[in-house]
Design a protein around this ligand. Structure first.
Ligand code: ZN
Length: 182
């Protein structure tokens, strides 16, 4: 496994819809493994393929961060087939550094996907897992947290990002992190 570079806003690879994966090949499985490694290294609880520059419908999720046994989900072509209830969550995103916003989400969702061995799988999720799945599936449709800001706040954020990108990477500051970085 190897870790990949996280793409950040306004990288154009994060925009637009990603293509479905037609066959789950070894290459796809390798990418899912590398995505999981990248998610753990960056203290995320979810990661979608466009965040590492791949425009494919692939996500990895682990709301326990690998601390409680095998809770890692690697999903191919995930789609929400049922949704219920409403909740608000405060979310951060590895692709939108230094941004935390409150998002309206469904409280529980049922997701259909293919597993890494190409089998149909159904996940019934509630709470943090449901929120995480909705956030990652948004990425596959090119929807980012910044898209939920008013145009004024988005412009300010974009200016700040351009400035930050010109500076050397800041790796030491953990204080800006949240428990919900996806
Ligand atoms: Zn994200």
């Amino acid at each position: 496994m190897s870790s990949l570079t996280i793409r950040t806003y306004p990288d154009p690879v994060l925009k637009g819809e990603c293509a479905p994966v037609e066959t789950v090949t070894d290459e796809v499985r390798r990418l899912l493994d590398d995505m999981a490694e990248t998610m753990y290294l960056n203290n995320g609880i979810g990661l979608a393929a466009p965040q590492v520059g791949e425009r494919a419908r692939l996500i990895v999720v682990d709301v326990e961060r690998g601390e409680e046994g095998d809770t890692l989900l690697k999903l191919v072509n995930p789609r929400i087939i049922e949704k219920q209830g409403e909740t608000k969550s405060e979310e951060g995103c590895l692709s939108c550094p230094d941004l935390l916003i409150e998002v309206n989400r469904f409280e529980s969702v049922t997701v259909e996907a293919l597993s890494p061995d190409g089998k149909e799988t159904t996940i019934e999720a509630a709470g943090l897992l449901a929120i995480c799945l909705q956030h990652e599936i948004d990425h596959l449709d090119g929807v980012l947290l910044v898209d939920r800001l008013s145009s004024l706040r988005r412009t300010l954020y974009q200016k700040k990002r351009v400035k930050e990108d010109a500076k050397p990477a800041d790796t030491g500051d953990e204080s800006r992190r949240t428990d919900t970085t996806l």
